[in-house]
Design a protein around this ligand. Structure first.
Ligand code: CU
Length: 505
């Protein structure tokens, strides 16, 4: 298995051109890709905190190549809200920089109104904040109504903010590998069950088709220690990662979740590792961990996903192998190694959030309505408001002010899992079902799973502390990151207004 091509910033800038392309594969699935001028697909982008990421995006997908629930919809808001094209088509695209604490403005990380249509070219100039936590982020299309098709088509790549060795020096000097899990429709769309999943998966574009699941191969020197950075870029598939040696689950030394070093926000800024034997990764979630490669006496080393119970209405995500880890003496060295620390831990963007006093409490909930045949509707609603499917023209469901810290309880009132994600900020995980989570689980995340409701008893919930104290202002979205749900309405807008100027003395 190969690593995605690495593009590394220099002198504060990473500049590249991407084309957005499509083709149909032998199974009839429509593929999408961001491709560099040299033909590399979905390169891994490496930036430093404070860098500019400049991407010239050209959409080479032919007009109306893809079906879209929203095609033809015109952005009817004020002209000032239009960014790029004004009318959505079946081939519209844009780029979301998932997890980054960048600005939700046109030409940066704006996705509500940004459309790049067939034949058009668009310039991104993303300013990575100086206090962006070092770690693994990613980029993908985010046009409402067609995000599932674009992401399942393969248009996604890793974005690494460098410097994690300063947050947690235990990774210094380790060879690093980036693994991107993607999903795609099962050819012929057979009914799920047994060894037939709702979606097949791939690892770094190596397909792992059902029902035989031939795994990808990861060659590694016997017992070599490596740093693995895993992104679940699936549209709909939840994974529960595990590494087994001859059937025995191995301890994974977790360094970071969702781009933030674990344990790094306690005031010392120094990260600490967690030991886990399995890691649930919602669609869009990331985990970075140290592995000790198998010794030559291990006969069967496997990176796999365990089965995930997504609820009676959920997608069927069975157990399956992802990769066989092959200990061979002449294994190729991964192309990049983590450097030695260059300084103290970086300033923590979300410092002191655990002890901050929340200014507002809110309750939100996920729900579904299947009463209209052929028109499933998915909602994320502020308790007390009317459930509405997402439209770019909807007013903000939540309005707040820069500087605020808010506790949000998010309930799942439906019979399947949902994966809460908010753009532009991270949150601190406080409680599950009303009970404080353990210190190990109380991490900074940008995506979190809320398990399904069984139909009786209290609704499952999580409580999250949202941090609006940073530089981010403007309109941005929160949604379920199962993109089938997002495309069918499970998204809403939050508006963060600038803090009022300090009163005159
Ligand atoms: Cu969902």
């Amino acid at each position: 298995m190969t690593q995605p091509e690495n593009l590394v910033s220099a002198n504060g800038v990473l500049s590249l051109a991407l084309t957005y392309q499509t083709r149909t594969d032998v199974n009839g699935n429509i593929l999408y890709c961001y491709t560099t001028e040299s033909g590399a697909q979905s390169p891994t982008l490496h930036v430093q905190p404070g860098d500019s990421l400049r991407i010239t995006l050209k959409n080479l997908v032919p007009p109306q190549a893809s079906p879209s629930a929203m095609a033809g919809m015109t952005m009817t808001g004020p002209a000032s809200s239009i960014c790029g094209a004004g009318t959505m088509t079946g081939s519209s695209v844009n780029i979301h920089y998932h997890g980054t604490n960048t600005a939700p403005v046109c030409h940066q990380d704006e996705v509500i109104h940004t459309l790049v249509n067939s034949g058009e070219t668009f310039e991104y100039n993303l300013q990575i904040p100086l206090d962006e936590p070092p770690g693994l982020y990613w980029y993908h299309p985010h046009v409402h109504g067609m995000s599932e098709a674009a992401v399942q088509g393969g248009a996604s790549g890793a974005l690494i903010v460098e410097g994690i060795e300063n947050s947690n020096p235990s990774v210094a000097g380790l060879p690093q590998q980036v693994f991107v899990i993607r999903d795609n429709p099962v050819p012929g769309d057979p009914p799920p069950g047994g060894k037939v999943p709702e979606n097949d998966v791939s690892l770094n574009y190596i397909p792992i088709p059902s029902p035989s699941f031939p795994p990808a191969i990861i060659p590694i020197k016997p017992s070599e220690k490596q740093f693995w950075r895993v992104l679940n870029a699936s549209a709909d598939t939840i994974v529960d990662l595990q590494l087994t040696f001859d059937g025995a689950p191995q301890s994974l030394n977790v360094i970071a979740l969702d781009g933030v070093a674990t344990g790094s926000q306690d005031g010392t800024h120094q990260g600490s590792s967690l030991t886990k034997t399995d890691i649930v990764l919602a669609p869009a979630a990331r985990v970075e961990f140290i592995v000790n490669g198998p010794s030559s006496s291990v006969k069967n080393a496997t990176l796999l996903t365990r089965s995930v119970n997504t609820g009676p209405y959920g997608f069927y995500d069975p157990a399956r192998p992802l990769a066989r880890i092959q200990p061979i003496v002449s294994a190729p060295e991964p192309p990049m190694t983590i450097p030695t620390p260059s300084g103290p831990p970086p300033p923590a963007r979300f410092a002191g959030l655990a002890t901050a006093v929340p200014t507002t409490q809110r309750k939100l909930y996920f729900s579904e309505n299947f009463s209209e045949p052929g028109n499933p509707r998915y909602f994320i609603t502020v308790d007390g408001q009317q459930p509405v499917v997402f439209s770019p023209d909807n007013p903000p469901a939540i309005v707040t002010t820069q500087g605020s810290v808010e506790d949000w309880t998010i309930e799942n009132r439906s019979l399947e899992n949902h994966e809460f994600h908010i753009h532009q900020i991270h949150f601190l995980y406080l409680e599950k079902n009303g009970v404080p989570v353990s210190a190990a689980d109380a991490q900074y995340l940008d995506t979190i799973q809320i398990p399904f409701w069984t139909g009786t008893g209290p609704f499952p919930s999580v409580k999250l502390r949202m941090d609006f104290r940073g530089q981010v202002t403007g309109d941005f979205v929160y949604h379920c990151h199962i993109l089938d749900h997002e495309d069918h309405g499970m998204m809403a807008i939050i508006q963060v207004n600038p803090a009022p100027p300090p009163a005159a003395p």
